[in-house]
Design a protein around this ligand. Structure first.
Ligand SMILES: *Cc1c(COP(=O)(O)O)cnc(C)c1O
Length: 376
């Protein structure tokens, strides 16, 4: 059987976790957290990275830093994971969903401006499959209307747009290190901060509203409660697990790209014959092979395909019920404009197995089965 996902494991994780335990340093912000922060800051070239307990929490932290208030509106794609909306709903804001582009499944940058009202405070683009949104256009709109940009780059570590790492273009960016992502710590994430002016506030909110980070750096002689806050720092043991993967991040990414490219080459003839559609990576976007998906003709064909693959021992999945059609989406948000592609494309998309230890032989076998189904 070929699973849809296998969590990344490089072999060094247990040794690093053992070090935490033996050094009696298992709570947050120890040496592995420092190493991960610095690794990400260096790799993405951003002012600050703060490890968090999840991408969801990194987005919540960003919503607090952006001072999102009850009644504010935040523009985001209708096709995304719930966390993109939750972070703002928790602040009392209204998520305003707009349609996606059928080629990348990302927010249609040309529909954003029409969704802006005098209540709009932020735009939250989501880089689906680690392929960037049209950030030049989004940043231009944000500047014109003085909006904060919070990038949901949950799937976007190691990807870039015109040479800039995803998560570093907007005011804030959020990575996920969930078990299903390219690099993992079980549950975890990171907040990326572009402007230094936000660093101190972010450190305080992340540490229960205290100035403990400053205290640890020796900048003050005691720490105290200085603002509202929560606890968004992960345990050292989780971060130690992640660090083993960051050390070989290029190798992991290259391997995923090899699998992605093999899928693409092998399935291209099916796409050329009009039987399926393949992912599109626009010019200027470098992606991280977070996922490989295909699109069937419609919902019915997709269901039959998933069943056929399952019978052949290959687990394929779909995801994201468009948020504006979900119970909470109906309750808290609204859709602006016409749902031309979100629902239609979401019903056609299916993800094929993709993980670090997937072999090219397995990819070939999966492709054989995909071809068998769509030719039949
Ligand atoms: C995985 C994911 C999240 C949530 O990440 P967690 O680390 O599980 O909180 C948010 N947004 C998108 C687009 C994701 O893919």
């Amino acid at each position: 059987m070929i699973n849809f996902n296998v969590p990344p494991y490089t072999g060094k994780e247990m040794e690093y976790i053992r070090q935490c335990v033996e050094n009696q340093k298992i709570c947050g912000d120890g040496s592995f957290t420092k190493k991960c922060n610095e690794w990400i800051e260096h790799k993405t070239d951003t002012a600050k990275c703060l490890m968090t307990t999840s991408c969801t929490h990194a987005l919540e932290l960003a919503a607090l830093l952006a001072e999102i208030k009850p009644g504010d509106e935040v523009i985001l794609p209708a096709y995304t994971f719930v966390s993109t909306a939750d972070a703002f709903v928790l602040r009392g804001a209204v998520p305003v969903f707009v349609d996606i582009r059928p080629d990348t499944m990302n927010i249609d940058e040309n529909l954003i401006e029409a969704a802006i009202t005098d209540k709009t405070k932020a735009i939250a683009p989501v880089h689906y499959a680690g392929v960037s949104c049209e950030m030049d256009k989004i940043m231009e709109i944000a500047e014109k209307y003085h909006l904060t940009v919070i990038e949901d780059a949950a799937q976007g570590i190691m990807s870039s747009y015109k040479g800039h790492a995803l998560g570093t273009i907007g005011d804030f960016g959020a990575f996920s290190f969930h078990e299903t992502k390219n690099f993992s710590m079980g549950e975890g994430g990171a907040l990326l901060i572009r402007d230094e002016k936000h660093i101190e506030d972010a450190e305080i909110i992340r540490e229960k509203g205290t100035n403990r980070s400053k205290f640890f750096r020796g900048q003050i002689d005691k720490y105290t409660w200085v603002n509202f806050g929560s606890s968004y720092l992960p345990s050292e043991m989780n971060v130690a697990y992640l660090y083993a993967q960051l050390e070989i991040a290029d190798e992991i990414t290259d391997h995923r790209l090899d699998c992605w490219n093999r899928y693409y080459e092998r399935l291209k003839p099916l796409a050329d014959a009009g039987k399926i559609e393949l992912p599109v990576v626009p010019e200027g976007c470098v992606h991280n092979a977070h996922m490989f998906y295909i699109k069937a003709a419609d919902l019915e064909q997709r269901s039959a395909f998933i069943q056929f693959m399952k019978e052949n021992g290959i687990m394929c999945v779909f995801h994201y019920i468009p948020l504006h059609t979900a119970p909470a989406g109906l309750k808290y948000g609204r859709f602006h404009g016409e749902d031309k592609y979100t629902t239609k494309e979401s019903e056609r998309l299916v993800r094929l197995p993709m993980f670090y230890k997937l072999t090219l032989e397995q990819v070939d076998h999966i492709c054989d089965k995909v071809i068998e189904f769509f030719k039949g």
